[in-house]
Design a protein around this ligand. Structure first.
Ligand code: GLA
Length: 390
């Protein structure tokens, strides 16, 4: 009997998905017609933005595709400052949380939109041993190291170089992280390329090379609210994460080392469920690393999010083995862009990553980068909309 109910459930989810995909395609065809009439052009534009506290220029790049999607990305932290995408009626809203001024980005510790490195997420006690040498990192989250330390990649100025090619525009950001920066070994030459395509994808690709063995884990820390930033909480967003397992954490959000099944727990997003459905059963809210079913390496669908009032859909694809679901638990009513206030759960992140604390966990996929090797990681955030509830 249970099997039969599961079968019926499976079939109805499958049919609903086919209908949604079909209507998404129709919607995107009609969006195409609308936008071609408006003649939005694929474009990348650079403007001087702000100066950082040391008086250095920070530039802002605006990328626009021919569907009208627009994202602004600045050289400080190679940070996504805004991201405008259409709803089911073609109405655009900025779905990324952020600030209006550089001062707020400099002072802030929410990592809005930023590129995170050298190591995204936590390293226990800010220590790891590599080839018999112990490295001590900056500790900026109690006793632990978080998101690259006191001055991670989110707080440095990157070199930007815009580009335009058939069907896409983008910016290539580069930064040389010196040997010893925040305690890490090796000079690390880093590249982050943002590409906005005419198929409504924001692609982020990361590359790095080192001259000494080191540990590395990049991510992007954009907080999304698909109803528009500052427009309520994200608890009604329906989320699917393509992961049967996650890495449980202790009180300090450090992985215990286990890899646990999500089955029969509030961590289970294998079937779409609103973020709010079971969040009350998760102490502190979601702030957990999922073990993506693809296992990493191949670009695979990682997550799909649907916001019912606007119909906006976001799909996330990645080549790395994990993704952190963070439900904006530490947002506390601070002011964001355009006078909007960001309360608890007003944004969520899906941070594609290697598992937290991997340098101290030999059973997790390795994050070691050796001289002569190249770190490569690709993410795609794809936007669409559906007239129907999924
Ligand atoms: C990540 C962490 C969270 C928190 C945010 C920033 O998502 O996992 O615990 O530190 O960054 O506030």
């Amino acid at each position: 009997m249970k099997k039969k109910t599961e079968f019926v459930y499976f079939i109805s989810v499958f049919i609903a998905m086919l209908i949604a995909i079909n209507s998404c395609q129709k919607q995107s065809r009609s969006d195409n017609n609308k936008t071609s009439a408006m003649e939005v052009k694929l474009d990348v534009k650079k403007e001087a933005f702000w100066k950082n506290p040391e008086g250095k220029n920070v530039d802002l790049y605006t990328l626009t595709n021919s569907q009208g999607l627009k994202t602004k990305i600045m050289t400080y932290g190679a940070t996504v400052v805004s991201l405008e995408v259409p709803d089911r009626n073609g109405k655009f809203a900025d779905v990324a949380l952020g600030y209006d001024t550089l001062e707020e980005y400099v002072k802030g510790n929410a990592y809005f939109g930023a590129t995170i490195g050298r190591y995204a997420n936590r390293i226990a006690k800010g220590r790891f041993t590599l080839n018999g040498v112990e490295y001590k990192l900056a500790t900026n989250d109690g006793e632990n190291h978080l998101h690259g330390g006191n001055k991670g990649f989110d707080k440095v100025i990157w070199e930007g170089e815009p580009f335009k090619r058939e069907g896409a525009v983008g910016v290539k950001f580069t930064y040389l992280s010196k040997d010893g920066e925040e305690g890490y070994p090796g000079n690390l030459a880093c590249t982050v390329i943002y590409t906005l395509t005419d198929s409504n994808e924001l692609k982020i690709s990361y590359e790095a090379v080192t001259d000494k063995p080191t540990s590395i884990n990049f991510t992007n820390h954009t907080y999304f609210n698909l109803a528009g930033h500052g427009n309520g909480d994200i608890l009604n967003h329906e989320l699917m994460i393509n992961a049967d397992k996650f890495t449980p954490v202790d009180e300090e959000l450090i992985p215990t080392g286990e890899i646990q099944s999500v089955k029969n727990t509030p961590m289970d997003f294998t079937h779409p469920m609103t973020i709010g459905s079971r969040i009350g059963e998760v102490k502190g809210g979601y702030d957990h690393n999922y073990v993506i079913n693809s296992g990493g390496d191949l670009l695979a669908l990682t997550a799909r999010v649907y916001e019912p009032t606007s119909g906006r859909i976001m799909e996330v694809y990645t080549t790395v083995p994990g993704v952190q679901l963070y439900s904006g638990n530490f947002l506390n009513g601070a002011s964001g862009k355009q006078g909007k206030i960001y309360y608890k759960h007003y944004g969520f992140t899906l941070e594609t990553q290697h598992f937290p604390d991997s340098p101290n966990r030999p059973n997790f996929p390795s994050t070691i980068l050796n001289p002569g090797e190249k770190y490569i990681h690709l993410d795609i955030y794809k936007f669409g909309s559906s007239p129907n509830k999924l």
